[in-house]
Design a protein around this ligand. Structure first.
Ligand SMILES: Cc1cc2nc3c(=O)[nH]c(=O)nc-3n(C[C@H](O)[C@H](O)[C@H](O)COP(=O)(O)OP(=O)(O)OC[C@H]3O[C@@H](n4cnc5c(N)ncnc54)[C@H](O)[C@@H]3O)c2cc1C
Length: 429
């Protein structure tokens, strides 16, 4: 039983590896990998935002870690706040703040008037769980910056499982006693070489012999036939009894015509795009840290990462450092039309103004932009998604993947989803 797989990101490629039968992957880009591709620069490699491997799902994690040799690393992330480094997560090192901000965060955590209320949106969740100080100084501006959407209009799906830290931990954090938060990501893995794309390549190798990858291919039409499905493309017509959508929903719906209420629901599903800028610098002031979050809205990027941290294969040729800056934007906003050179110039200036990298130390830079980066959990997400999925279910097109399921899925969740999809397809074979 052959399956047509639309989209050759991690979801499509891992699904082809898990399926018993043959599959045909139709991928629009020049090669498979999607958001898990890695790109050469400065003698190293960079991902679409550094992709680290971690999970609470043991099966998915073991699939990922057995795919290629990895380095095991201990998180060393910081928040750059008011000219200082604060250990990540913010609430775990309140002692690094100025005395006034530290006391405010502690006081408003312990004596929090919002605590008894149920949280109806992301902002209310932060206020209820962390108090006004931690929320207004870091969580609110950082989330506004990454989502480009007011957290008061986002639901709590992303955050509702974050536990309220015990009072004792916050007192210790204000007193300068080291504590760690988000323990499930304290250690993570990263491919020893090749960037995160090594993981996709390994799944592609597992699928060799039973999967054929067509890339780049341009879809023209998708139609149901008496025997299954027919996909018309610039590289011929492909037919198979089964089809699975692993590409973004907004792409799939270019080739099928749903009723108006489904079109409206699809239009309501919101996402962010991302600019990735990587600079090669002679030196920096980031130290042995990996990722640094910046909530300050005057600085264009929300996060920078020092790629050297990931292992020897990721340091630039001839020494120095590779620094990645991430800038999210809403499709259609002003930031969507910035040129690569304007973005690079602005990142250079902002790094210089923070003191993290002197602009005169920057030797080279590159910029790449990706349309689908983050699903936005706005207040209508659940309802819009349910309408779209109900229609696809009735149409007989199952979906597997981050923008195919329209959920904030990391690589581990993608593997869990493609394993589940392979199981479902086998059952119905
Ligand atoms: C900035 C950033 C940082 C991240 N960091 C991490 C991390 O640290 N750890 C982690 O586990 N996960 C991370 N992720 C998530 C991870 O990238 C995703 O979970 C995973 O790559 C999703 O795979 P996918 O196949 O579902 O989607 P995609 O990778 O989006 O694949 C979809 C595929 O469909 C193709 N396509 C699109 N349109 C068409 C069309 N018309 N015809 C044919 N094909 C089409 C695309 O080219 C693409 O190859 C991060 C994501 C981002 C954006």
């Amino acid at each position: 039983m052959t399956t047509i797989i639309l989209g050759g990101g991690l979801a499509g490629v891992s699904l082809s590896a898990f399926l018993d039968g043959e599959s045909i992957i139709l991928e629009a880009a020049g090669r498979a990998g999607g958001l898990c591709r890695s790109f050469d620069f400065g003698g190293g490699k960079f991902d679409v935002g550094p992709h680290i491997l971690f999970s609470k799902n043991e099966k998915a994690l073991s699939e990922l870690l057995s795919s290629c040799p990895t380095n095991r690393l201990r998180r060393s992330n910081r928040i750059f706040h008011a000219g200082r480094f604060v250990k990540y997560p913010f609430e775990n090192e309140l002692s690094a703040l100025s005395a006034g901000e530290r006391d405010r965060c502690l006081r408003e955590f312990l004596d929090n008037p919002y605590r008894p209320y149920p949280a109806q949106n992301m902002l209310q969740f932060f206020l209820k769980t962390f108090g006004e100080g931690i929320t207004r100084l870091y969580l609110q501006p950082y989330n506004e910056k990454i989502w480009k959407f007011d957290p008061a209009f986002m639901d709590t799906q992303m955050v509702e499982r974050i536990p309220r830290p015990p009072d004792e931990d916050i007192k210790k954090s204000a007193a300068g006693e080291a504590t760690e938060g988000y323990l499930h990501q304290l250690y993570f893995n990263y491919p020893k070489e090749g960037g995160i794309e090594s993981v996709v390549r390994s799944f592609a190798a597992r699928a060799r012999g039973k999967a054929s990858v067509h890339a780049p291919v341009q879809l023209r039409a998708i139609a149901r036939t008496a025997r299954g499905w027919q996909v018309d493309t610039d590289r011929g017509v492909f037919t198979a009894p089964k089809i699975v959508n692993c590409m973004p929903l907004h792409e799939l719906f270019r080739y099928i015509s749903p009723p108006d209420h489904v079109k409206e629901a699809l239009a309501g599903l919101k996402y962010n795009s991302i600019h990735i800028i990587v600079l090669k610098a002679k030196k920096d002031a980031i130290g042995d840290n990996f990722a640094v979050n910046v909530a300050d809205c005057g600085i264009i990027f929300h996060r920078i990462s020092k790629l050297n941290f990931l292992g020897g294969a990721y340091a630039p040729e001839g020494g120095g450092s590779l620094i990645m800056a991430e800038i999210t934007f809403r499709p259609g906003s002003d930031a969507a039309s910035w040129s690569d050179s304007a973005l690079i110039a602005r990142v250079r200036e902002d790094l210089h103004s923070t003191g993290l990298v002197d602009k005169n130390d920057v030797e080279d830079a590159v910029c790449r932009t990706f349309k689908y980066a983050y699903v936005i959990y706005d207040l209508a997400h659940k309802q819009n998604k349910a309408q779209v999925m109900k229609y696809l279910d009735e149409t007989g097109i199952p979906c597997c993947g981050r923008f195919a399921e329209f959920e904030y899925l990391n690589m581990d969740a993608i593997i869990a989803s493609s394993l589940e999809m392979a199981g479902r397809l086998k059952k119905h074979a």
